[in-house]
Design a protein around this ligand. Sequence first.
Ligand code: PEP
Ligand code: MG
Length: 889
Amino acid sequence: RKFVYDFTEGNKDLKDLLGGKGANLAEMTNLGLPVPPGFTITTEACKVYLESGSEPAELRDEVSAHLAALEQRMGKRLGQSDNPLLVSVRSGAKFSMPGMMDTVLNIGLSDTSVAGLAAQAGDERFAWDSYRRLVQMFGKTVLGVDGDLFEEALEEAKQAKGATSDLGLDAADLRQLVEDFKQIVLKEAGREFPQDPREQMDLAIRAVFDSWNGERAKLYRRQERIPHDLGTAVNVCSMVFGNLGPDSGTGVAFTRDPASGQQGVYGDYLQNAQGEDVVAGIRNTVPLADLERIDKPSYDELMQIMETLETHYKDLCDIEFTIERGKLWMLQTRVGKRTAAAAFRIATQLVDQGLIDEAEALQRVNGAQLAQLMFPRFDEAASTELLGRGIAASPGAAVGKAVFDSYTAVKWSRSGEKVILIRRETNPDDLNGMIAAEGILTSRGGKTSHAAVVARGMGKTCVCGAEELEVDTKRRRLTAPGGVVVEEGDLVSIDGSTGKVYLGEVPVVPSPVVEYFEGRMHAGADDADELVQAVHRVMAYADRVRRLRVRANADNAEDAARARRFGAQGIGLCRTEHMFLGDRRELVERLILADHDDERANALDALLPLQRQDFIDLFEAMDGLPVTVRLLDPPLHEFLPDITDLSVRVALAESRKEPHENDLRLLQAVHRLHEQNPMLGLRGVRLGLVIPGLFTMQVRAIAEAAATRREQGGDPRAEIMIPLVGTVQELELVREDAEKVIAEIEARHGVELGLKLGTMIELPRAALTAGQIAEAAEFFSFGTNDLTQTVWGFSRDDVEASFFTAYLEKGIFGVSPFETIDRDGVGSLVKHAVEAGRATRPDLKLGVCGEHGGDPESVHFFHEVGLDYVSCSPFRIPVARLEAGRAAS
Ligand code: PEP
Ligand code: MG
């Protein structure tokens, strides 16, 4: 096995092995772009280290060989006292991870080589400043010294000198600062700062390996669902300097605007600075366009390179570069993060430019992004108090209480408060607070600052660099230009699409994408903006290629109509219990409590016409499309009064000697029907078999509604679904009764209704015996909510609020199995049932109607196992359509 690759040996497809950064450095090197020479240590080496606790035996020699080659090419040795080669050591996993150790610069400097660097650069101050940075970064990230100690010492040195920035410190000051920093290292880390350059390099490499398992990195991976066993690569790159004077500098750039997708010159440049100064947002940058004035040849070359990269990667790229005394160097590129809106726009722009085809465009967007675009926005017509504006870093409209630190953000959000995290700038320590907050507001830093990059990645609303707002985290307050003060707990609203920050709660309006799906805005019409056009085109393509059909979970005509506008191809689940709430609850109560057949018959007779009208409305809204009506499912106690309330009422009446005949009778019934475990009790088909006439009343209502619709000239396509079946016998009993009722109604109306009868598969036994059940079912619909509950033994109503957080933190699963299908467990039962069911009945129709039907990742699974359709709530239909298209292409 080879553990080290020179930049000339890799390419962009080796991300698993070389990490994203390493693979792209290699790709740029091979494109002939100016990349400082270097090499990458593979993720394999990291994995060996993490598993065994030590580097693979071969690593040292391989690193030595690559270092020797690098030294030869550069004509100087690492840390050579008169002319030192300096390197950076940077982490670089397959997926970019802001929670990880990033970079140690200037490795190779020591008490002796600092003089060599000074001579080489002709600049003593620069050399000591570089050494100062090395001791600081190395101390913090490699030796684990509290970074604030260095910052405080730097601050003291500036104060002693009366300087406002580090530029006010001269060579002698910095030389003293290096001494102070070395003392801090000795005191805090219990060891000297290493003078041996190779030891510096080896320790930095090991620190990168270790950072893979840092707490912040682990948290970030859980949040982003990145597997924990990938490991990180390490890039060792020869140093170039952006802080060698005014003809040097460093910057970041995007080949297009990551917020809108528009082509143009986007980025920030900082003269006479090193890379981390830009990313940390510590000093204020100038727009990239200004570089044209500062250094035209470098600017022109950069523009040329950006075009090369975009054409080569066929996508938006982001770039880090440095100019050293007028020579441009590329330090990094990658396919850039972007907002949801930009993703759709860029995908269609690239199709129009002929760079990608429609199938590829579909892979460039995803359901989570589409869902984001369906969020409401702030109402522009509302009266608002503008506090100020910053950079629109990540879109969305967020409202919450102002908090000024991560800890409070987490604490308040746990107690159900919505919060906006306000910081001067964020760093990886703020990650928890960013996750907890509705949105993030910073007063410093540009589009590439930590806050902006991380928020975009999380899909969180973010406004950054609102410099006119003065953030005082110590006193927990923000002061706006007019003198308005926002204290901790005050409501603020931030608009990540415009960068505006408002005092108080601003009302929100629907998104244009929802308006488009609702049919209130037409792509191609004058008022349709570019985003709606892009969504329209991508959706049309997804619809053309997808195999899965998409239905809606809807219980009333209104939802059904919306679902249809959103593209639903029928109803996959109408939960009839939702039709029995409100005024009708009392009728159900009567039905349940009936002592005699005629009492029960009376209650059913009263319910029948109501149900029939429900179905007529539903069939009309979905005319011509299948409508799956599920017979009554939930536990009975949901329809009865609360046992405690009722007991109190009875006891009170007794003590007051008031009449309480009815309440007492009710209480006895409630006691009789009380279950310790109602989710596993008398519900679904069990209810239908125990309460005579209930299911046949519902079947009658469905059949009569269908017959009525026929007579009205409609085309009803009803499917009757039986819930919570565990054995084929249950289904056969219900089917027998149902068929009699249907035959009677068909005969009376002289029509064939073509009603289908099927079942939900939502118990493990049903999935395991699906071959038998298919004898009596014309369709299956997987109830993955109950199936997940019963396969895991997790109470679906309780676990998410109880121990799931602990499970997610421990990494037992990366996401709740109620949200994304558990492929290995629940999924394998689904797969078995699909195969067994089709073996019995080849034309068995198969769908899913649990929450998973609208979850992007799960949709891919249902495509793979060969279901015919997914069914989900109306608002998730566009997401399901898009993901079904992505799964098929
Ligand atoms: C299910 O269990 O997945 C399902 C769709 O039914 P319900 O959520 O109504 O129990
Ligand atoms: Mg269910």
